[in-house]
Write a protein that binds this ligand. Structure first.
Ligand code: ADP
Ligand code: MG
Length: 252
């Protein structure tokens, strides 16, 4: 079952008036099936964040359209769009985006609170998730009192608490040390398998990308190539490096 269908999306920043236009995406077309774990790679400035922001309805495409969880997004009104985002999409960002004045627990529960869930409903959903994701012991602490890895796990819990159909993660390991990165990638794999969550992971890190089942490579705003992970993880890793070398992307 397809959860996301992207049809010829292009994005031009700037206006014709001041003449400073920049085409960040060109005719991006791809599909994502339910339960897939997909990587989006490309060097810095290739358009990865632009694409993710459009798919997350943070931004709008200049031309083209996409369908997510059965909704033709361009046709949704303001209220429907807000509802769609709240219900269907979970975001994980590079800098966690946790609210500093709230505890991890309060941060995680925020999406449910916004949906008007009762305290009871919230507690019921919270406990298995924070236990599963290993932050039960620190749930009542504030973001500044815990490690980056724990903050990112809290952000993952917040993205998952509504059981969204799609998780959009933009360079989620970008600020983590290698141990926390690995933990988070294992966690995303776990979420993908156990919760059957569909994940779109943007990264320019080859190691992070090697966790995905399929990778879309973007160059200058266009899909340049795609790679599928086979049985052999080492081979997949090497193939990713080959493509990234051609693309001239940074390696970490
Ligand atoms: P990536 O995430 O792959 O590093 P981005 O999607 O952030 O790339 O950016 C793609 C290109 O679009 C870059 O050249 C960037 O400078 C440009 N860009 C991004 N956001 C804006 C914006 N709001 N206005 C103008 N140009 C932008
Ligand atoms: Mg980016």
């Amino acid at each position: 079952m397809q959860i996301l269908t992207v049809d010829s999306i292009s994005k031009v920043y700037g206006s014709k008036k001041n003449g400073k236009q920049y085409q960040a995406l060109k005719n991006i077309t791809f599909q994502v099936n339910k339960g897939e774990f997909i990587g989006v790679m490309g060097s810095s400035g290739s358009g990865k964040t632009t694409l993710l922001n459009i798919l997350g309805s943070i931004d709008k495409p200049t031309t083209g359209s996409f369908e997510m969880a059965g909704n033709e997004i361009a046709l949704l009104g303001k209220k429907e769009l807000a509802n769609h985002r709240m219900k269907n999409i979970g975001f994980i960002f590079q800098d966690y985006n946790l609210l500093e004045t709230m505890t991890l627990k309060e941060n995680i529960l925020l999406p449910l609170a916004l949906q008007g869930a009762s305290t009871e409903q919230m507690e019921e959903k919270l406990l298995p998730l924070i236990t599963d994701l290993g932050i039960k012991e620190v749930a009542n602490k504030y973001p500044y009192e815990v490690s980056g890895g724990e903050q990112q796990r809290a952000a993952a819990c917040r993205a998952l608490i509504t059981k969204p159909k799609l998780i959009l993660a933009d360079e989620p390991t970008g600020n983590l040390d290698s141990k926390s990165s690995k933990d988070l990638l294992n966690l995303l794999t776990y979420i993908n398998k156990e919760y059957n969550a569909t994940i779109l992971l943007v990264t320019h890190d080859v190691f992070a990308a090697s966790y995905c089942e399929k990778i879309l490579f973007i160059r200058d705003g266009e899909i340049y190539n795609e790679l599928y992970s086979g049985e052999n993880k080492k081979q997949f890793f090497d193939s990713i490096i080959d493509v990234m070398t051609v693309l001239g992307g940074e390696r970490k």
